[in-house]
Design a protein around this ligand. Structure first.
Ligand SMILES: Cc1cc2nc3c(=O)[nH]c(=O)nc-3n(C[C@H](O)[C@H](O)[C@H](O)COP(=O)(O)OP(=O)(O)OC[C@H]3O[C@@H](n4cnc5c(N)ncnc54)[C@H](O)[C@@H]3O)c2cc1C
Length: 409
């Protein structure tokens, strides 16, 4: 086995503000790129919550998202080109800075490479789109009695035709963990949930947009509304959200961050069933999520030294991902499959679908040299679709009970 490390390839090779692109090595840290562009009043839009440590190479491999992807799109919308070393050691140049996101000439091989989880080759240079900072930014925070009310406000905002840059929800357990930690942001601890909404654009348009968003908050009986344009105040409102995963370290020694997606209209019922799954397995669950995208991050805090607890955590995690699929969603919103979710891939794809994906992968990597065993289940396992038939049935039953107005449990 050969392990290839790209973390020290962290040079920004070129910045071309006029043409709106930068060329970076794969080990450049996401936030470092944006910080480095501050003098030009530009930034790189995709902002995973892990942006202080994750790299552009990892972002490309996972097609990473983040809070601001509701308006600005995922990594694939911001990568213009990449130089990649293929498994036979040849070097390929996919896409390039010219001609918009990707040239319409030829097949979109860059799009194929993006999100392939390192199974097609290794990116050694990446051309990313950089964009001017918006003229004005406003961050609003509303607290609600329940997660349901916060989700209701998100639906009203979208129904009003507004497209905020970000819409993030933290549930009560997360708020309390944050407020007890160094990431304390002054969120009201008695609230059932807080909703963080960010809007950006022309300064004169923001007042009207903020008013309409506050109206949506009030429609869902917001308990408290804060609004900030001052950078330090905005940073405070974001501090709790950005530090939420770190704050969970206070609850138990280990954290299992799940990542699934459901249609936005099914957020409330999905969250209700997730709570029921957590109770059934007796695990400590918190929720912090990209509400605009229906991208859930149920987090299970646990003590990995306890084998029995670990088994309950894994079982609950499996059920939650199966639930997302049953709700018409996906087993991943932005973190990919890796090796953790290999067993779940069959819930979404037929053996024929998987065979096509294996063929595409083999055309880049015929001998399975790059990240073998990741992203796609081994061909032999492709026939084991719905390896979790009991789980799926239980989830479907719970869903039917919810639809008929009953209790998910
Ligand atoms: C607390 C927390 C919050 C997170 N929040 C988000 C979020 O908001 N949005 C989101 O999308 N993700 C999020 N993530 C997941 C993760 O941070 C992202 O997937 C990120 O893009 C991974 O980047 P990395 O540099 O850490 O990659 P790594 O973990 O080092 O690698 C990820 C994969 O990419 C491959 N890879 C790395 N570099 C290259 C390269 N140069 N060429 C080819 N393949 C390569 C690796 O082999 C590996 O399979 C979060 C994770 C944590 C722990």
């Amino acid at each position: 086995m050969v392990v290839i490390e790209t973390a020290r390839m962290k040079k920004v090779l070129a910045v071309e503000p006029e043409d709106g692109f930068a060329v970076v090595q794969p080990g450049v840290v996401n936030l470092a790129l944006t910080k480095g562009l501050a003098a030009q009043r530009m930034h790189y839009a995709p902002d995973p919550s892990s942006q202080a440590v994750c790299t552009i190479g990892g972002n490309l491999a996972e097609n990473a998202g983040g809070p601001h992807c509701f308006k600005y799109g995922m990594t694939t919308d911001h990568v213009l080109g990449a130089t990649v070393v293929l498994p036979d050691a040849s070097v390929a140049r996919l896409g390039g800075p010219a001609g918009g996101p990707r040239s319409p000439a030829g097949l979109d091989l860059l799009g194929l490479f993006t999100g392939s989880e390192g199974t097609f080759g290794i990116a050694t240079e990446i051309v990313v789109r950089i964009q001017p900072d918006p003229e004005a930014v406003r961050t609003l925070l509303a607290s609600f009695k329940s997660v349901e009310a916060a989700c209701g406000a998100v639906s009203s905002i979208v129904a009003a035709g507004l497209v905020p840059a970000a819409m993030e929800i933290l549930d009560q357990a997360t708020i309390r963990a944050v407020e007890a930690s160094v990431f304390r942001a002054g969120y009201p601890q008695d609230a059932g949930a807080v909703l963080l909404v960010e809007i950006d654009g022309l300064a004169e348009a923001l007042d009207d947009e903020a008013e309409r968003i506050e109206a949506a908050f009030r429609e869902h009986h917001a308990l408290r509304i804060e609004s900030a344009t001052d950078p330090a105040e905005r940073l405070r409102l974001w501090k709790g959200r950005k530090g939420a995963f770190g704050a969970m370290g206070r609850l138990k020694p280990d954290l299992y961050v799940l990542d699934g997606v459901v249609p936005r209209s099914r957020l409330v019922e999905t969250l209700r069933e997730i709570t029921a799954i957590g109770k059934r397995h007796g695990v400590t669950l918190t929720n912090v999520f990209h509400a605009g995208d229906g991208n859930l991050h149920p987090n299970i805090s646990f003590d990995g030294r306890d084998a029995e607890e670990r088994a309950r955590v894994v079982a609950a995690g499996h059920e939650i991902l199966a639930l997302c699929v049953a709700m018409g969603g996906s087993i991943s919103g932005e973190h990919g499959v890796g090796s953790e979710k290999l067993d779940h891939v069959g819930l979404m794809f037929t053996p024929d679908d998987l065979e096509v994906m294996h063929r595409v992968r083999r055309s880049f990597d015929p001998d399975d040299r790059c990240n073998p065993g990741k992203a796609l289940p081994a061909r032999a396992a492709c026939g084991e679709v719905a390896k979790w038939p009991k789980i799926v049935k239980r989830v479907m039953d719970a869903e039917a009970r919810l639809e008929s107005g009953g209790d998910a449990r």
